[in-house]
Design a protein around this ligand. Sequence first.
Ligand code: NAI
Ligand code: 15L
Length: 312
Amino acid sequence: TAPRTILLTGAAGGLGTLMRDLLPPYGYDLRLLDMRPIKRTAGERAADERTADERTADADGAADANTVGREAETGQAGTRRVITADLADRDALREAVHGVDAVLHLAGISVESTFDKILAANIQGTHNLYEAVREEGVRTGGAPPRVVSASSNHAVGFTPRPRGGDPLIPIDTPRRPDTFYGLSKCFGEDLAQLYADRHGIDTVSVRIGSCFPEPSNVRMLSVWMSPADGARLFHAALTAGTTGHTVVYGSSANTRLWWDLAPARALGYEPRDDSEVFAARLIAEQGELDPDNPAHAHLGGAFCTDPPMWPY
Ligand code: NAI
Ligand code: 15L
């Protein structure tokens, strides 16, 4: 059966906020988790107003019957649950995972930081999540919930970018993390493989390029994933048949693409966007990528050079 109830971790973040408006039209009920307060999006406010109208019409409506305790905003739609919790809180994760069909795992530190902070949030935190899925998760039909996990291009960030005529970077290119952050994404991929092999938990690890409303520099013309394509890819990853652990690159069908989208397409992903519509303006403002600039030479861009990791 297609997954319906999804736990979205990192729901207060940039990507989580975008997905909260883009995924419900695919038919998902989202359960939201973040350590930060989660402010409602415009789409959620509109949905809540519709729900409130229905409750008024149905006078015995069991208000908030579907919310869980840690934080529940009044007026939220009946199918949306909000959990304010840190990935360090194993009990909260078990409660959050209980009864979901799948997890879209976006929570974590999303840029470079100290090793200790990355260790706690991205490495220990992701382990805690998988343990919760293993212990608590049973979806309809008895299978464990599918995990779709945000990996990153920074797991392979020190890979030299293709230049004129070079082949696209394959998905099985050797890992070359550009930061402790990228290293934590390598860990997340290996952790997913372990839980697939030992416990039969399917994961799709998406090595996301840059998923923002618009690309903001010339490198992003190659790695950009439009939010709408992001939702298409996450939907494909959530609904594909048995995946084991599958790693894919996540981006739009960019004219200047650096990597192979075939593994994502094999899941059923059909990107519709291309960053090329932004190219003329960005290149006029910033110039073409400079082959002599080390920050332009690798997939990870400035993550390879800045911020410096040592000393930190
Ligand atoms: P973000 O930094 O805006 O959001 C991350 C969210 O995770 C935040 O709301 C934060 O409060 C939450 N979080 C952090 N540590 C937590 C913890 N210990 N417990 C609970 N919640 C915690 O990042 P963004 O851009 O939304 O990215 C989402 C995910 O996608 C991240 O895992 C990031 O590494 C990954 N990614 C994002 C890309 C992008 O272009 N936006 C590119 C590649 C990967
Ligand atoms: C990432 O992994 C980051 O989470 C995001 O903030 C962007 O920096 C992105 O990669 C990128 O490479 O542009």
